[in-house]
Design a protein around this ligand. Structure first.
Ligand code: OOG
Ligand code: NI
Length: 463
């Protein structure tokens, strides 16, 4: 379409604007970004192989760009519209996460780019949760919360117009994109003035701190942003040097030679001054919601690899419970490393045992050999002969147990509640107005397509 900018461009503009806003709102996040940049530079200086690999993949210049953020919505209508808003930026709903099993009354999805080209231009994604009001036991409080939420409008009128314009015309011009980014940003902005009285806030807070966070404000403030680090253990260890208090343990798998899935850690949410509705400026309260996080990503696991990961993680968590103050964090880390020895730590074994997804390509040697004569019609033989090679496909999604850990550490680990409930993906999809894409399908497709293309290049077909 002539005159329209790409959704990748709009996402990049938005990411930049959001990062600028968040650094201004949460100065400690800026300090975290500096630490991450320092550690990344040190890693790149000593690990030339990694540096070359990232350069080849075109990732070096984007290394310090944020990878994700998170918001928590209050109503089905808010979720419906956020899907349309993210679509303007080329992001769609991937993965369903039920966090009620971990005592957090929300279910969630990730809005992200799905094709490889878009992910490499700008991989920014947003972990988006929807409050499950039906999990509030107190009926009167549930009705009151629903009432408060029904009254708010989290999108500006102009943002809605531009979303409609994008849907109808099929895109936005540069000027419209700039305006859209500024308008969309309003939804993610922090508001220090609660829309409820101190008394209502307290009742919501007593039901669950997360409920107070979602219901008491004008909008779903972005609650963290997350840059990528090349050495998460180093950043975690050095946060205190810069006056940042990290959560007790790194979520996800242990440190390994071959990184798998996603490792994450965050700094504790800040206590921020807020003003309640209907009160003089003297009567202020505080609210903790906003924090900073870092992530390190590894290879995407197949359903089989993921089942093994889930089993190993559950066995560690069953054995060692880390206290709110970090008691037993050391035991947890060593137990994690110990038990995960069962999961092979070489790319060759992860592939051979079909535990992880890989991108296949024909090597120059393979292409040359194909010109000379027919090659064996067998992928394993081609790999052995050096005609076909494979690289790990990066995991682009989230992990429910880790996400619950991030939620918990910022809500206070003491508040563990268990909801006797089942996940409700169909209600989520109904609110969303779309189906959620299964993340495993995306990785399987990418792997299959890469193998097909490589085989084709080698003059073979249908292995
Ligand atoms: C989202 C927590 C989950 C992650 O990286 O797993 C998350 C939230 O606290 O709203 O962002
Ligand atoms: Ni996060």
């Amino acid at each position: 379409m002539a005159g329209f900018v790409s959704t990748d461009r709009i996402r990049s503009l938005f990411t930049e604007a959001m990062s600028r806003m968040y650094r201004a709102e949460v100065p400690q996040y800026g300090t975290l970004l500096e630490l991450v940049a320092d550690v990344n530079a040190e890693v790149l200086a000593r690990d030339t192989a990694l540096r070359e690999r990232l350069t080849r993949a075109g990732e070096l210049e984007r290394i310090d760009v944020e990878r994700h953020g998170a918001i928590r919505l209050g109503t089905p209508e808010e979720l419906f519209t956020i899907r349309r808003l993210f679509a303007v930026m080329g992001m769609q709903s991937v993965g369903y996460y039920d966090l009620s099993v971990a005592g957090v009354p929300v279910h969630s999805t990730c809005f992200r780019p799905v094709d490889q080209a878009a992910l490499s231009v700008n991989p920014f994604r947003v972990f988006t949760s929807l409050l499950r009001l039906e999990l509030i036991e107190d009926e009167a409080l549930r009705a009151e919360a629903a009432d408060i939420l029904a009254k708010r409008r989290i999108y500006t009128a102009r943002a809605i117009q531009l979303i409609e314009r994008h849907e109808e015309a099929g895109g936005l011009t540069e000027a419209e994109a700039q305006e859209f980014v500024a308008e969309a940003l309003e939804t993610f902005r922090w508001h220090g003035e609660a829309t409820v009285t101190a008394e209502t806030y307290k009742r919501l807070h007593d039901a669950h701190r997360l409920i107070a966070d979602v219901v008491s404000f004008k909008g779903p403030h972005i609650n963290h942003l997350t840059p990528r680090t090349l050495d998460i253990d180093a950043v975690q260890a050095r946060m205190p040097e810069r006056g940042i208090t990290p959560k007790a343990v790194i979520e996800g798998p242990p440190r390994r030679d071959c990184d798998i899935l996603l490792r994450q850690t965050s700094f504790k949410a800040l206590e921020e001054v807020i003003a309640f509705a209907g009160e003089t400026s003297a009567a202020k309260g505080t609210h903790t919601a906003r924090f900073g996080e870092i992530e390190q990503r590894g290879v995407a696991l197949t359903a089989r690899g993921r089942a093994l990961y889930d089993r190993l993680l559950a066995s560690v968590r069953g054995e060692v419970q880390v206290g709110a103050g970090g008691a037993k964090a050391g035991d947890y880390d060593s137990e994690l490393a110990e038990r995960f020895r069962e999961l092979p730590d070489s790319w060759a074994a992860l592939r051979a045992e079909q535990l992880a997804f890989f991108h296949y390509s024909a090597t120059p040697k393979g292409v040359a050999a194909a010109v000379d004569g027919a090659l064996p019609d067998d992928a394993e033989a081609l790999i052995e002969m050096g005609y076909l090679t494979f690289d790990p496909i990066v995991y682009e999604d989230f992990l429910p147990v880790s996400a619950a850990g991030i939620f918990q550490s910022n809500l206070g680990t003491d508040q563990q509640q268990n909801y006797a409930t089942r996940s409700n993906r169909s209600a989520f999809e109904e609110a969303l107005g779309a189906t959620v894409t299964d993340e495993l399908d995306l990785y399987a497709e990418r792997q299959a397509r890469s193998l097909e293309a490589a085989i084709d290049l080698l003059g073979l077909s249908g292995l």
